[in-house]
Design a protein around this ligand. Structure first.
Ligand code: UDP
Ligand code: MG
Length: 493
């Protein structure tokens, strides 16, 4: 291809059902612009026939180029690979599900001719659920206040970038990529227009609630350090509140004499403060985790197969350098990853993983103690206190099971796991009782100090048991539902 005026980059993940219809619509729209073009498909480790389909599109048409990842690395990595592959004077980023209408391409190119470096197609929210619309606009409003870059509701990745803008995006080496922020950060003359939101032509969206939630956190953290500032402000506000409360107590004592200390207030305050401290630790941990990822300088993705002969075949930077791929066999060039994580890196990563899980487990423990207390104190006035204790206990165990499944172990809760889970509470009860007894009777510790020490010492064991209950329960459920053939594991090719 001598000169290419337009590159269209399309990240695809399990788009088997829609990719052919998308390709036909795209060719039709690009044909009407009378520009030379190329289409860069990036298969993001699809498990359906997407890779084969884009492979055959490339065989049939030389203007189609593709790269296929060794596994699913996420849309951000796929867009990065597509931008690296692109050679056009301008690049259009589009989804493969026809939610980004190809008919808008002529208009975008027209605006590019007027000199804009970024032309953004902004979708309205037609046909979207009321809850999602509300949550999205609330998120963007909050982001507007928190972020150092401007991120606009409805403006996504569907946009045209000039070659200068593409080069600026590619010059940003970060591992944790948040494209909406990056596009805004690079600046350049930008214009946007609104189009009517379209539903997916076929297939399913890959953005479930959890993925969207994590993406929201990425957006919040990628472009500023304000959450850390917020933690400082919250800490100061709490310290001042505590000071005011202490002054009030002193005044009460001076005016009315010594008052009986409120056990519930004290405990709730301690638990709330513990919770806030752990949340703050979590925020700091997010940043530290990101620094950890950035320092490893891992490639953004691993290429399994590509028919690209130039730029995209240069592997992503490792140790700040670009590694040129070895020349492939005749026909479509094929790169296969030989990368294996080194033992030390794998052990480091697994320690980090366990530490993250443990912190989450401890934080959830605090939250559940607060939940138990809240339920117990509220029900106490209405039903016998032992019944209130049982209800509070059951709710807090269920809550802790769900939170530990979703947050600590990042797995779906299963009935099998739920049946095993109370075991960790029983072991915790026996262990803390034993340690308490040893502390008080044999070591001569005060009863309160011994209870605190027993609680702290037993936490790691409870954590390991709770994790075992959730993980093994999930495994068991998977094995039960897996087809007979797959239970034996995959056979080598
Ligand atoms: N996509 C991808 N990798 C992923 C998830 C999605 O390349 O891990 C692609 C997907 O094939 C589609 C685009 O990103 O072309 C947008 O995905 P989706 O339609 O699921 O997102 P939504 O439109 O629901 O936000
Ligand atoms: Mg979509």
């Amino acid at each position: 291809m001598k000169t290419c005026q337009v590159s269209v980059v399309v990240p695809c993940f399990n788009e088997d059902e829609v990719i052919d219809a998308f390709h036909r619509a795209l060719i039709c729209a690009l044909g009407s612009t009378r520009r030379t073009f190329e289409i860069c498909y990036v298969d993001d480790g699809s498990s359906d026939r997407t890779r084969l389909r884009i492979g055959s599109l490339a065989t049939a048409d030389r203007r189609v180029r593709y790269t296929s990842f060794s596994r699913n690395f996420g849309k951000e990595a796929a867009m990065l690979a597509g931008l690296r592959m692109s050679r056009g004077d301008c690049v259009v980023l589009m989804d493969a599900d026809l939610q980004h209408p190809p008919e808008l391409l002529p208009r975008m190119l027209e605006l590019r001719r007027c000199g804009y470096d970024q032309v953004v197609a902004r979708r309205d929210r037609t046909g979207e659920g009321a809850l999602r619309t509300f949550l999205s606009s609330a998120y963007y409003k909050a982001m507007g206040r928190c972020m150092d870059v401007e991120v606009v509701d409805g403006e996504g990745d569907f946009r045209l970038l000039s070659r200068d803008a593409v080069d600026a995006v590619l010059a940003m080496p970060e591992t944790n990529r948040f494209s909406k922020g990056i596009f805004s950060w690079i600046g350049f003359d930008t214009v946007s227009f609104t189009y009517q939101n379209m539903q997916r032509a076929a297939g399913r969206s890959k953005w479930g609630g959890r993925r969207l939630f994590n993406y929201g956190i990425d957006g919040l953290i990628s472009f500023n350090s304000r959450p850390l500032r917020l933690a400082i402000h919250a800490g100061l506000a709490l310290a001042l509140t505590a000071l005011g409360y202490a002054l009030w107590i002193i005044a009460e004592v001076a005016l009315h004499g010594v008052v009986v200390p409120g056990y519930t207030t004290l405990l709730t305050t301690v638990v709330a403060l513990g919770g806030i401290q752990l949340v703050t630790l979590g925020v700091i941990g997010e940043y530290v985790g990101r620094i950890y990822c950035e320092t490893k300088r891992r490639p953004h993705y691993v290429v399994r197969e590509t028919n690209d002969t130039a730029k995209a075949r240069a592997l992503p930077p490792v140790d700040g350098r670009r590694t040129e791929a070895r020349p492939g066999p005749p026909g479509p060039a094929v790169e296969r990853s030989r990368a294996r994580p080194s033992g030390a890196t794998a052990i480091g990563a697994s320690r980090f993983h366990t530490m993250r899980q443990f912190i989450a487990f401890a934080a959830i423990g605090f939250i559940n103690t607060a939940v138990y207390l809240a339920v117990y104190v509220s029900l106490n006035n209405w039903i016998p206190y032992l019944a209130a204790h049982v209800v509070g206990y059951v709710i807090s165990v269920l809550g802790s099971f769900l939170l530990n499944s979703y947050i600590t172990c990042r797995t779906k809760p299963t009935w099998q796991a739920l049946f095993r889970y109370p075991l960790s509470s029983v072991v915790n009860l026996v262990l803390t009782g034993t340690l308490l007894y040893i502390g008080v009777s044999h070591l001569g510790l005060g009863k309160n100090v011994a209870a605190l020490a027993a609680g702290i010492l037993a936490t790691p064991f409870s954590f390991l048991l709770a994790r075992w209950a959730i993980d093994s329960g999930a495994d068991l459920a998977r094995r039960r539902t897996a087809p007979a053939g797959s239970r034996a594991g995959r056979t080598a090719p």
